[in-house]
Design a protein around this ligand. Sequence first.
Ligand SMILES: Cc1cc2nc3c(=O)[nH]c(=O)nc-3n(C[C@H](O)[C@H](O)[C@H](O)COP(=O)(O)O)c2cc1C
Length: 158
Amino acid sequence: MNPLVAYFSATGTTAKAAKALANAVGVELYEIKPAVPYTSADLDWRNADSRSSVEMKDAHSRPALADTDAPVAEHDVIFLGFPVWWYVAPTILNTFLEAYDFSGKTIVLFATSGGSGLGKSASGLQASAPGAKIVDGRMLNGRLDEAELKAWAEGLKL
Ligand SMILES: Cc1cc2nc3c(=O)[nH]c(=O)nc-3n(C[C@H](O)[C@H](O)[C@H](O)COP(=O)(O)O)c2cc1C
């Protein structure tokens, strides 16, 4: 396999996990950046009017990307990482999937969170990449052991 690790991270936790995974597997890393970065006020889940709350209440919201330079075409397997927001993937992941052709590719989800799992993330993303096979990978919370991550990724037999 020649995977790509692509991730979105608002506050750096998923970025750390993605870097550990890319290092462990020895592959390319791409950051999914929003055109307009999220401020801490944007991320306030206690405020029903914050940007993240408004976006996550609208399944059709598609926050704009800063670029569409991800080397998706060169990879058949994409590890796709994000912070869990309201039990699923942030809608910028839908924007990302809709910006490229993922037909025939396998997308393995990973995430960080305050405790939730991947939940229904995969089904929320599938419509945005209809030709792709999206599979639940794992949560990457807490201390990450690169040898263990490598063994996990290789064990997927992709
Ligand atoms: C808007 C918002 C919603 C969140 N919703 C959840 C959730 O449903 N379950 C959970 O365990 N953590 C939730 N979290 C916590 C994040 O998933 C967690 O802090 C994550 O590691 C942040 O990753 P990042 O630093 O890469 O952005 C939420 C955080 C934000 C900002």
